[in-house]
Design a protein around this ligand. Structure first.
Ligand code: PRE
Length: 255
């Protein structure tokens, strides 16, 4: 997929291939995070040991912001597949801009589910994948680093829904124009849903978790990430939010 060539980006098969590739990096990042306990203090905006002067928010928020400020100057968020968690606080790139062709609609950067992704990650995913419930102060930095990598990967995967939505719109302009004009959210949801594709994703994830989630030299050893949890995360969180992104993007598509 080449973001300077719209025809490669809006090909549904290419998009789905890209989503498959992202599964691997997401699984490996879950495994990395599963070596640590939950560490609730790093998510708590009012935690006394971790408060940061002149900053309202959690230690994780502060760490994400510092990284985004640096990466924005490296041009990260000019790329149409990257979505910042702090869109109002990032800086202009130091590197010269790349003139990407306009692949998505002009408002697409306003379709930003990162707050929701972060909240669900902390409340629902961290407890599922962590080693145990509790703090481990000597690893706060390592945990925040793993969290940021995972959040960025989940964000990229979920916001890829915009490319899926644009491809689907262009493949059936008449149908979607009618649904959008009628603000038929259920109709849009029904048409963007492909249950066969979803089932295939969940099946593949089960196999991948069985293979990657265990040390191949010690199959009886501790499982880092189980198929049930991985499937649950995709089925109940990743795919549904991707579809929300698709619907919100499409609802505005005639602007
Ligand atoms: O591949 C698609 O058609 C998508 O819309 C992406 C996706 C997903 O999140 O993986 C979401 C909805 C579909 O039901 C199937 C899969």
């Amino acid at each position: 997929m080449d973001f300077t060539k719209p025809e490669t980006v809006l090909n549904l098969q290419n998009i789905r291939d890209e989503l498959v590739k992202m599964e691997n990096s997401i699984i490996f990042k879950f495994i990395e995070r599963s070596n640590f306990p939950t560490c609730p203090s790093i998510y708590d905006p009012k935690h006394s040991n971790l408060s940061i002067p002149n900053f309202e928010g959690s230690f994780l928020d502060w760490a994400i912001l510092q990284l985004e400020i640096a990466h924005s100057q490296l041009r990260r968020f000019e790329s149409p597949d990257e979505t910042p968690f702090f869109p109002d606080k990032i800086l202009k790139p130091i590197l010269p801009s790349i003139e990407y062709p306009q692949i998505l609609a002009k408002y697409s950067s306003e379709v930003n589910y990162n707050n929701k992704i972060k909240r669900i990650y902390i409340d629902e995913i961290v407890p599922l994948i962590s080693k145990y419930s509790g703090d481990q102060a000597e690893n706060f930095g390592s945990v925040a680093t793993r969290d940021i990598e995972l959040l960025q990967s989940l964000s990229r995967r979920i916001h890829f829904g915009k490319f899926v939505a644009e491809a689907k719109f262009q493949n059936n302009v008449e149908l979607y124009t009618d649904l959008i004009k009628r603000k038929d959210v259920d109709g849009i949801m029904k048409n963007i849903t492909n249950s066969a594709v979803e089932e295939k994703i969940l099946e593949r994830l089960t196999t991948k978790a069985e293979v990657y989630g265990v040390d191949p030299t010690d199959k009886e050893g501790e499982r880092k990430i189980t198929p049930e949890y991985l499937v649950k995360i995709y089925k109940e969180i990743v795919i549904p939010i991707t579809k929300e992104v698709e619907v919100e993007y499409l609802l505005r598509r005639l602007e």
